[in-house]
Design a protein around this ligand. Structure first.
Ligand code: MV4
Length: 447
């Protein structure tokens, strides 16, 4: 097991990792920018190292400073959290070269999944159902037209270096296709320095359902069921739940087994998420994330398994703590992302939190790095906390969530709490009747 873990992140996720390390009796080091000297992760860690000025590229993304912080403190492993360097293959490789363990998959696995064409090819080879489309990159208009005619319109052009919704263009007819291909390619080239694009059948009203997996790097893997993350705005998830209201136990077991087998076959190490679009009872792979995700607590709530413990265990060579046949999915969990944003316009609202009071009681978890009197710096993302609610079933979960939202007080700044008070009383939400477009439509119709 590791002696000392360096946490290369900030905010709620830095605390999340700190807590897991403490429970395992591992010393903790955090790094921070000058803007985060008063942050909770700095206060709670055993040691801290200031690695640079506020801009993330000079601090939380500065690989050399982070490696230096490891050398100075004697950290033998790094947990990257999510965002920042968590899916940076070069960072994983550099740490390996310094004999420091990256708590995550190999640089090669990160690289494969970061290239969306390669990711899709790999998924298909491993027996994961993918969206019908081009086998690889498409450059010629004639080729694009042939593929589109074959799979049928509408189609979507995606950047191989994109992901998370960046660099996508929908073509509804052959006339649209030429412009879509050209703009997608030039935008991809400008944004990512890689103009490779691919074509897929465009699914009109899917849900976003993702499967949590963990591999031990030695050919064993488990799945921890799915999360439904269909409630998004501009590709930012807002509300996530497990189980998905759309799946039955049989579907869950089938897609879960497909995913865990694929992860085992590639000898993947660490936590990962296989993302699907789900429409008319079918799953279609879109991307794989090779990190811990913001919404992992809903999976922890229904399985009782600490995903960060598992990450640390497998990274240190200790293997998984559970076998698939020991995993049960109990009850229902919902996560609300509390952002320091205007609940209508979503413009960031940094500033001082004058009062912060979190809800409590059975089935309530709040993961947050803020406190009363904390000043939110303007340099980083606006997530200030997550409310995760667990109940024996979805109805109980929603009742409890409504009560928890009533108790939650954040004064001094604007937050997205009012949005959740609206959503929790909405009949479509109560019925689990929503797709990836529901939230944006709801916001447009209720000004
Ligand atoms: C799609 C799609 C429809 N058809 N692919 C957006 C984020 C990126 N991860 C994939 N995305 C989409 N890919 C096909 N073939 C619709 C989206 C999409 C979306 C997906 C998940 C959650 C929210 C979304 C909002 C708009 C579009």
């Amino acid at each position: 097991m590791f002696q000392k873990i360096l946490i290369a992140n900030r905010g709620e996720i830095a605390l999340r990792v700190l807590r897991a390390a403490k429970e395992l009796g591992i010393q903790t080091v955090v790094v921070h920018s000058t803007a985060d000297a008063d942050a909770m992760h700095v206060r709670l860690a055993d040691e801290s190292v200031c690695i640079g000025p506020p801009p993330a590229r000079d601090s939380y993304l500065n690989i050399h400073q982070i490696v230096a912080a490891c050398e100075i403190t004697g950290a033998d492993a790094v947990h990257p959290g999510y965002g920042f360097l968590s899916e940076n293959a070069k960072f994983a490789d550099i740490l390996a070269a310094h004999k420091i363990t990256f708590i995550g998959p190999s640089g090669d696995h990160i690289r494969t999944m970061g290239d969306k064409i390669e990711a899709k090819r790999t998924a298909k080879r491993l027996g994961i159902p993918v969206v019908p489309g081009s086998e690889g990159a498409v450059t010629e208009e004639s080729e694009a037209k042939r593929i589109a005619a074959d799979i049928g319109y509408p189609v979507i052009i995606k950047a191989s270096a994109g992901g998370g919704g960046r660099g996508m263009k929908v073509a509804r007819t052959e006339e649209d296709l030429e412009i879509a291909l050209d703009t997608a390619r030039s935008e991809a080239g400008a944004a990512f320095g890689d103009d490779a694009v691919y074509i897929e059948k465009y699914l009109e009203k899917p849900r976003h359902i993702e499967v949590q997996v963990v591999g031990d790097g030695a050919g064993n893997a488990i799945h921890l069921g799915e999360r439904d993350c269909s409630l998004q705005r501009r590709h930012q998830k807002v509300w996530e739940e497990a189980n998905s209201p759309a799946l039955n136990d049989e579907e869950r077991a089938k897609i879960g087994e497909t995913c865990s087998k694929a992860i085992a076959d590639m000898s993947y190490s660490g936590a990962g998420t296989i993302e699907f679009l789900y429409e008319n009872g079918e799953f279609y792979f879109i991307e794989m994330n090779t990190r811990l995700q913001v919404e992992h607590p809903v999976t922890e709530a229904i399985t009782g398994i600490d995903l960060v413990h598992e990450q640390i265990r497998v990274a240190s060579g200790g293997g998984l703590s559970v076998r698939q046949n020991e995993i049960r999915f109990q009850g229902h969990a919902i996560e609300c992302r509390i952002n320091a944003e205007d609940p209508r316009t979503f413009t960031p609202s940094p500033g001082t939190i004058t009062h912060f009071h979190t809800p409590g009681g059975l089935g309530i978890r709040v993961d947050s790095g803020v406190y009363s009197g904390y000043r939110i710096p303007p340099y980083y993302d606006s997530l200030i906390g997550k409310l995760i609610v667990h109940g024996r079933n979805r109805v109980e979960c929603l009742m409890r969530l409504r009560r928890a939202l009533d108790e939650f007080v954040v004064d001094g700044i604007k937050t997205t709490l009012p949005l959740f008070r609206d959503l929790v009383g909405n009949p479509d939400i109560a019925n689990g009747d929503y797709d990836i477009h529901w939230l944006e439509k709801h916001l447009a119709q209720n000004p």
